[in-house]
Design a protein around this ligand. Sequence first.
Ligand SMILES: Nc1ncnc2c1ncn2[C@@H]1O[C@H](COP(=O)(O)OP(=O)(O)OP(=O)(O)O)[C@@H](O)[C@H]1O
Ligand SMILES: [Mg+2]
Length: 261
Amino acid sequence: MIVVENMVKAFGGFHAVDGASLTITEGSITGLIGPNGAGKTTLFNVIAGVLQPTSGTVTMQGQDITGLPPHALFHRGLLRTFQIAHEFPSMTCRENLMMVPGSQSGESLWNTWFGRKRIADEERALRARADEVLDFLTVSHLADHKAGQISGGQKKLLELGRTMMVDAKIVFLDEVGAGVNRTLLNTIGDAIIRLNKERGYTFVVIEHDMDFIGRLCDPVICMAEGRVLAQGTLAEIKANEQVIEAYLGTGLKNKDQVAGA
Ligand SMILES: Nc1ncnc2c1ncn2[C@@H]1O[C@H](COP(=O)(O)OP(=O)(O)OP(=O)(O)O)[C@@H](O)[C@H]1O
Ligand SMILES: [Mg+2]
């Protein structure tokens, strides 16, 4: 579904992504792991059009999408969430979902004069969809809560919810489980699996929690120092010498994460 070839993203003389190549298979939940600073988020940003690549190409279903802006990718069904959730804090959770740009007619002059009924109908449909999404994520009770006041984990759920307001094809999740308690993490995991099975979403999941990766992802791709080190099942990745070395080099915490999974 997505093919990344020889991707390089330089910041000054430093190559955060340094010749990464990988393939994301349609229908998969692919895990992207690697020590802190490996270039995972930067790679996501380049694929999702947030950053321009220095060199390299990205194709989606055979079409070159290299360097297309996020809104153009959005219309093709390529969405990403952020490592740090970015909700509108003073709006309710429902309103946050309703803000996702999608198929609204918008506020053209024509619509203002002639489309009042249509806009009202659309708003009702949008509201119903937002409520469905909240229900799917088992957080209907948060619909009228201000998004700035829900927990960090619930914000992550809301981020995932945003991807459900449109017909996504492929969703890139950047540490959707970071700082989230076990129960909520399971809810997020369940939602990802259901979206994958029932709606055919392809996912690419960056995560440091190896239990979460192990439960959801096949295959798993491991990056270090801007490059792809290995791809395989989590068991294969964990047994890979280069992977172990990459994690060892970054200290105990990460090593235990990968070895203890
Ligand atoms: N805008 C930037 N300017 C300069 N350096 C950057 C920039 N963004 C990222 N980097 C550097 O690029 C490297 C890769 O960063 P990136 O955020 O992609 O890593 P990551 O794999 O997502 O790490 P983490 O697991 O900690 O989120 C890091 O060394 C980081 O400091
Ligand atoms: Mg990151």
